[in-house]
Design a protein. Structure first.
Length: 261
């Protein structure tokens, strides 16, 4: 007679189980993913079509198409999250049932974030493909392209952790959606249209304190300039610091939700 054994416990196994469940759900929820690709396509058509000649007239030598690709990528990957699914799990009682099992508590959120990372990378690739079609090439070559995708993934995780914190705290899909909408004002208080040295007044001040400014500078450096290590280190450090803060918020919200349960 075959002996039936319980599944081995452990953080990595739990992480893989939660991530696998979330990844398998992605193809069943494509209607929430496709708009994330339509937005960057629309952005490239509008910004390049309307502003390319103007921007390059003011800044001779500026490759405006390459300048805008990072913005299109950020629009594609920001706010892409399974946080709405987490709200459904909480409201249906599935999250409570899962939380009384021996599953690792951090894995309940981190597993879903791993699925988000897969989705973010999946969305970054076609946007970069669009950039390649219109003539954008990486000054840093294949290594720079890989690093670009990883940085986009880090940014996606940093923002999605904030959405999980909202989902766990409120169990409200409308609140999660509002959290996504908070991104758009900040997206325009940065170097979305012009280089940082072209900004002035309060907009220049806002851009100086906006993490997206340093994120965009890092991504643009990989495409336009090459291995500018000072810019790269500053940008990556900014995203890691933001991600650490939002992850702490998510884990604190998770602890609060488990205590309520």
């Amino acid at each position: 007679m075959n002996e039936i054994r319980a599944r081995q416990a452990g953080f990595l196994r739990d992480l893989g189980s939660i991530a696998g469940r979330s990844i398998r759900a992605i193809p069943r929820d494509l209607e929430s993913v496709l708009p994330a690709l339509l937005i960057p396509v629309f952005w490239m058509l509008v910004s390049v079509g309307a502003l390319e000649s103007v921007a390059e007239g003011f800044y001779p030598g500026l490759d405006f198409r390459a300048f805008q690709v990072p913005v299109a990528v950020i629009f594609a990957v920001t706010g892409v999250s399974r946080a709405h699914d987490l709200v459904l799990d909480i409201r249906s009682g599935y999250f409570d049932r899962l939380s009384i099992t021996p599953v690792s508590r951090p894995a309940l959120v981190l597993g879903m974030m791993m699925a988000d990372l897969v989705l973010v990378i999946g969305l970054t690739v076609p946007v970069l493909g669009l950039g390649w079609i219109i003539g954008v090439r990486f000054a840093t070559g294949l290594a720079g392209l890989v690093l670009f995708v990883l940085i986009a993934g880090l940014w996606g995780l940093a923002f999605t952790a904030f959405l999980y914190a909202i989902a766990l705290k409120t169990a409200n899909s409308a609140a999660v959606t509002a959290g996504v909408l908070l991104f758009f004002p900040f997206a325009f208080l940065t170097t979305a249209f012009l280089p940082q040295e072209a900004l002035s007044g309060w907009l220049a001040t806002a851009a100086d304190y906006n993490p997206m400014t340093y994120l965009l500078a890092t991504m643009r450096t990989l495409i336009l300039e090459g291995w500018e290590w000072g810019t790269l280190i500053t940008g990556v450090a900014t995203v890691v610091a933001l991600g650490t803060a939002t992850l702490v918020l998510a884990l604190v919200a998770l602890r609060s939700r488990l205590e309520q349960g």
